[in-house]
Design a protein around this ligand. Structure first.
Ligand code: DGY
Length: 332
């Protein structure tokens, strides 16, 4: 008799063909109605499961892991993993995986587009047009700031930050400055056309500041009123990183007061709820956490998460894209 197949939970709705593929290897419980599970429900549904397929909204911490000692891998369909307590994963011996690389270019495209939309006042002018207020051409109507030839500032310089730098430097003739805890090797800086500066210089020099750093407790509100005050009054701020990195209340107030020109936000503190003040300021472009959302990229992310589950539970191998760091002995 063959051994029973491992059981997994797919915690959110995902491409049907990925579900079918996972069914070839595992007993699958999935969530085609895309119900958002509370932590208690997620913990309960994980009972007896050796693996889980999660997305960035599913919090997995030490309590969830302790209540499910049979769990061996949690595969996140996201590059960001602030929904995981990685120290708890390491202590429990559970693989944590994410989906790097496959989303880099699509996410960089979107970050650049959002920055351009903010700089060139695209949402604000579209709303004006839809309201039927466009009656005549005017020399200063929705005049914004140039992107080409301006200074692009990037906070966080991983893969996505570097892909945005390349677009700015090679495509738009921008001067690119960045700040990151660790400086890139000189040859990487040359390839992406970016120069390291300290954070104060970044804030002061950027015409367009784009945030691409991971969320950590240390980064909470690292762009708040004091940082915005150091930016140029003509500058834009774009956040495609994570909610909580920007103090959204302080940003809404700064936009209303014209302390900076405009913002583009794809991520929010407490999303999918957002600070209501952001809905009442005109000079901000708001999108619902879709920076990686092209069909091809979302498929690739789902496939990579599935491949991680198949590697660990199907082949007894290490995952393709592990997050775990430090001392780690996988659960048997
Ligand atoms: C990511 O992959 O981290 C994106 O933000 C989607 O959650």
């Amino acid at each position: 008799m063959s051994a029973p197949r491992p059981a997994i939970l797919i915690a959110r709705a995902v491409f049907p063909e990925i579900v079918e593929q996972l069914r070839e290897h595992f007993e699958v419980e999935h969530n085609p109605d895309d119900v958002i599970y509370s932590k208690a429900e997620l913990t309960q549904r994980l009972q007896g499961k050796a693996g889980a397929f999660t997305t960035g909204g599913d919090r997995v911490d030490g309590e969830v892991l302790a209540a499910n000692p049979q769990l061996r891998i949690v595969a996140n369909m996201a590059v960001g993993y602030n929904n995981f307590d990685i120290a708890a994963f390491n202590a429990a011996g559970v693989w944590a995986t994410n989906t790097p690389d496959v989303l880099t270019e699509s996410t960089a495209d979107f970050g650049f587009a959002l920055m351009m939309a903010a700089a060139r006042r695209m949402a604000e002018s579209e709303h004006f047009l839809r309201r039927g207020e466009w009656k005549k051409w005017a020399y200063d109507m929705f005049a914004g700031g140039d992107v080409h030839g301006s200074t692009l500032g990037i906070l966080g310089m991983g893969r996505i930050g570097q892909a945005i730098a390349k677009r700015g430097h090679h495509g738009f003739g921008m001067k690119v400055v960045y700040h990151n805890r660790s400086r890139l090797p000189a040859e990487t800086e040359a390839a992406v056309g970016a120069t390291w500066v300290d954070k104060a210089t970044l804030l002061a020099q950027a015409d367009h500041l784009v945030l691409v750093l991971p969320y950590t407790p240390e980064n909470h509100h690292c762009i708040a009123a004091a940082e915005i005050a150091q930016m140029k009054p003509t500058a834009t701020l774009t956040n495609i990183a994570r909610g909580g990195i920007v103090d959204d209340a302080a940003l809404a107030e700064a936009l209303r007061a014209g302390r900076i020109a405009a913002a583009g936000l794809d991520v929010f503190e407490g999303e999918p709820a957002l600070n209501p003040a952001l809905l009442t300021v005109p000079n901000v472009v708001l999108t619902p956490h879709i920076a990686s959302a092209t069909v091809a990229t979302r498929r690739a992310m789902a496939q990579l998460a599935a491949d991680n589950l198949i590697a660990v539970l199907g082949r007894g191998a290490a995952p393709l894209t592990p997050i775990n760091a430090g001392p780690f002995t996988p659960r048997a």
